[in-house]
Ligand binder design. Structure first.
Ligand code: GDP
Ligand code: ZN
Length: 448
């Protein structure tokens, strides 16, 4: 069961810091009618925007704008929610917030509105995480799949599998009460086929969730190559028309050494090692040290060369690059040699011949990067997922496999099914040990 939601009133500025046409202060708590009356002299009708003057303690207007009132339980948090839509200046917003605190609210912690939505059963855990992932999405594809998680698509699939596991457990536990011909009974009920079916559904969901995790976190690419080999040109080509949307994302950290582009919605975090030079500048050195730490997490190293196999000054960098990481060799400037774009495999390493200036062969490189990333999804069935979800799904799959190996040890089988169910339940935040009993008694009438 979820813990009780706290009963105090919380408030926060809900819009991004800075100046804007509108700024919103959001308040959530219980019994906020009195709060509204003190703030603007009336209790607004539910869910209807109304013009209001927001007053201070001496009945002086602080700002004017719209007031919205969402009485419990029909609000985001499931509590009474009030939204003050004022003018979006930092000082005005601070004044409105201070007034809300004066009226008894306390400052909300990060994510606390969503946490309350979870505690009040408006969202499950995976949906709550979807809220954060939507806000943090760095590509349109990531945003779309975060919305799918938020709206419960992922959760419903998890719950569907969980229901299947519960049904099987009920069957197995009921069978335990009839010591003779237990296995025959289970076979007659197609229990083991159903187990296989659930395994397949978990595997499918895990695959799509892994694709979603990729959309969320992206791929770390390290770009190496001598000066003038065409690194900047290649970056520009890879970014293509989609560059605008990536750079337009507010609040993303940008520095000279790191650039994010996207391929089919997968963020590629590209570290240009041209910036990794020796320097006496302290700030630059800190940046470079941080970059090296990122390089240690590289997924793929892109080596750019002018002519076949050429290496040189960058070998110092090369020696420090992580071993065991996939490498792609890019032979640039094929236009100068009148060559055609092509991909070839040489000693287990992929070589792509292209022209960063003309764009020939860029599609080959894109496909190669997607392959290395492990991206093979298509369509709208990708669910944005976190490592936590993947682990839970893997645990579920492992428990189902063990369940299938139990033979006639039915107590063990029941236990493995329970482990699978618990692992799944951790995704949505339901720990349903008691639920199971409820389900057994209500649906199976075993108490006779
Ligand atoms: P970087 O120093 O590695 O970043 O290399 P740049 O991207 O700045 O490119 C160096 C020079 O090579 C520039 O004059 C580019 O226009 C040129 N260049 C880059 N790629 C190509 C290419 O595919 N074909 C030709 N002909 N020139 C290129
Ligand atoms: Zn797949």
């Amino acid at each position: 069961r979820r813990p009780e939601s706290p009963s105090d009133t919380i408030a926060a500025i809900a819009t991004a810091p800075g100046r804007g046409g509108i700024g919103v202060v959001r308040v959530s708590g219980r019994g906020l009618e009195a709060f509204a009356r003190e703030l603007c002299g009336f209790v607004p009708q539910p869910r209807i925007a109304r013009f209001a003057r927001f007053m201070d303690a001496r009945q002086q207007a602080l700002d004017e704008g719209l007031l919205l009132f969402f009485p419990a339980p029909y609000s985001f948090t499931g509590e009474d929610v009030i939204e003050l839509q004022g003018h979006g200046g930092p000082v005005v917003m601070q004044m409105l917030l201070a007034r809300c605190l004066e009226l008894g609210a306390r400052l909300a912690e990060p994510g606390e509105f969503t946490k309350r939505a979870f505690l009040n059963g408006k969202l499950d855990l995976a949906q709550a995480e979807g809220v954060a992932d939507l806000i943090e999405a760095s590509t349109a594809a990531a945003a779309r799949s975060a919305l799918r998680s938020l709206s419960g698509v992922f959760s419903r699939e998890v719950e569907g599998i969980r229901d299947g596991l519960i049904d099987l457990r009920m069957l197995v536990e009921a069978t335990l009460d009839f010591p003779e011909e237990e296995l025959d009974f289970l076979h007659a009920a197609h229990a083991f086929e159903r187990l296989d079916g659930l395994r397949a559904r978990v595997d499918d969901l895990l695959d799509r969730a892994a694709q979603g995790a990729l959309l969320r976190s992206g791929v770390n690419v390290v770009l190496v190559g001598q000066p003038n080999v065409g690194k900047s040109s290649l970056l520009n080509q890879l970014a293509g028309e989609e560059r605008a949307i990536v750079t337009a994302v507010a609040g993303t950290t940008r520095d000279a050494l790191r650039e994010t582009v996207q391929i089919e919605g997968i963020p590629l975090h590209i570290i240009d090692t041209a910036g990794l030079r020796d320097t006496a500048d302290e700030v630059e050195r800190i940046g470079i040290a941080r970059t090296w730490r990122e390089i240690e997490r590289a997924d793929v190293i892109l080596r750019l060369v002018d002519r076949c196999g050429e290496t040189g000054a960058e070998e110092g960098i090369d020696a420090r690059l992580p071993g065991g990481v996939e490498r792609i060799v890019v032979h640039n400037k094929i236009d100068l040699r009148g060559e055609a774009a092509r991909r070839e495999l040489r000693d287990g390493t992929v070589h792509v011949h292209l022209s960063a200036r003309e764009g020939a062969g860029i599609d080959l490189l894109r496909a190669e990067l997607l392959r290395v990333a492990g991206w093979h999804a298509h369509g709208e069935d990708v669910v944005l997922a976190r490592e936590r979800h993947l682990e839970a799904l893997r645990d579920t799959a492992a428990a189902i496999v063990r369940a299938g190996e139990c033979g006639d040890a039915l107590e063990l089988l029941a236990e493995e099914l329970r482990a699978a169910q618990d692992a799944l339940g951790s995704i949505t935040g339901e720990f349903s040990a008691d639920d199971l009993l409820g389900v057994i008694f209500s649906r199976f009438c075993i108490g006779k």
